[in-house]
Design a protein around this ligand. Structure first.
Ligand code: FPP
Ligand code: MG
Length: 338
């Protein structure tokens, strides 16, 4: 099952979002591979391993489109490229560290750094990417944006800590789940979209609407991510599917069943709290309970609600192809298969 409701998953292609900012995205790619630290060729090799492993570049695309959508008449600032680069650097660094925490072997269809080398080198590669991001951040020379991204780094850690602390807990509230999704994912989306408007000296209303857009889109993205863990296959996802519940990470599809008032909720609660879900039979039973009791459909519905909120946040922006792209991004996120 895909996440689609009204659109077919292959109706939207990431290339549709690349085309309006293709020259700028090419500069982003080049800068992502640039060693800002020293002249050690192994560092260049590591950067190239990380960045040739794929990735959809959703965050840099959001920065570039937000930058263009809030700057229809003025010259495009090269600092927007730096902002897009540092946003992707932070995202990639957090994934390198996340793969260590999850002992993951595959990411973006390639071996993770921890699998290819070991945890110790992978920690350092993640740190190296954060260091590159810090250098980029200093080049933007905006204390406000430094503060926004400093908060994001804290949010990423706080989100992961919250998730770790709540493993195998069946009393997670929707508020907990959305808060964690904002910390882990939406905070960085929102930093990118509204910092682009700040760099353009946009009005407070525009800045705030792009912050809302990034937040809602980020939550939508994380809900779809959590859904794909149940509905996707590892080959298409480029990472291991079905791992959340096995690891006791409770996400929207399970939460919808846990809040039911019939016996499905009790059965699922038992499979999780006794850690039966760590074994194949228990996991299969839990997945069947979730799939047979509306967990998937309700999650699609929830993701659509956040997609709509993201689109609605764009109303105040002047009309442009970039605004249309930002709106289209919500459909892309909702119909993505990896
Ligand atoms: C992937 O989500 C992980 C994240 C979005 C954030 C990871 C953040 C950290 C590990 C904190 C490190 C940050 C700093 C600043 C040192 P997921 O696990 O839901 O998705 P996945 O299935 O792609 O792994
Ligand atoms: Mg993970």
């Amino acid at each position: 099952m895909t996440t689609q409701l009204s659109l077919k998953a292959d109706e939207l292609n990431i290339n549709d979002f690349i085309a309006p900012v293709a020259p700028e995205l090419a500069q982003v790619e080049e800068q992502l591979n640039t060693n800002l630290i020293d002249d050690n060729p192994f560092i260049e090799e590591l950067l190239s391993m990380v960045f040739t492993a794929g990735g959809k570049r959703i965050r840099p695309l959001l920065v570039l489109h937000s930058a263009k959508a809030t700057n229809i008449t003025k010259e495009f600032s090269h600092l927007q490229i730096v902002l897009a680069v540092l946003t992707e650097l932070i995202h990639t660094a957090s994934l390198v560290h996340d793969d260590i925490l999850d002992s993951a072997s595959v990411r973006r269809g390639s071996q993770t750094m921890n699998k290819r080398f070991n945890d110790r080198l992978a920690v350092l590669v993640g740190d190296l990417l954060f260091a590159q991001a810090s250098i980029c951040l200093s080049r933007i020379m905006s204390p406000i944006i430094v503060g926004i991204y400093g908060q994001v780094l804290g949010d990423l850690c706080a989100g992961e800590i919250q998730q770790m602390k709540q493993q195998f807990s069946t009393s997670i509230s929707w508020q907990d789940y959305i808060k964690k999704s904002i910390s882990k994912t939406a905070s960085l989306f929102a930093a990118g979209t509204h910092s682009a408007a700040i760099l353009n000296n946009s009005s407070e209303e525009i800045i705030s609407s792009l912050k809302d857009y990034g937040t809602h889109l980020g939550v939508c993205f994380q809900i779809v991510d959590d859904l794909l863990d149940f509905t996707g296959d590892s080959k298409t996802l480029g990472k291991e599917a079905g791992s959340d519940l096995r690891a006791g990470v409770i996400t929207a599809p399970a939460l919808f069943v846990l809040e039911r008032t019939d016996k499905s909720a009790n059965e699922l609660e038992k499979l999780i709290s006794t850690k039966e879900v760590c074994k194949q039979e228990g996991l299969d039973n839990a997945l069947a309970l979730i799939k047979n009791n509306g967990g998937i459909e309700a999650t699609i519905n929830l993701a659509n609600q956040y997609g709509k909120k993201a689109k609605d946040s764009l109303q105040i922006l002047p009309n442009s192809i970039y605004k249309d792209s930002l709106a289209g991004f919500t459909d892309f996120v909702l119909t993505r298969v990896n």
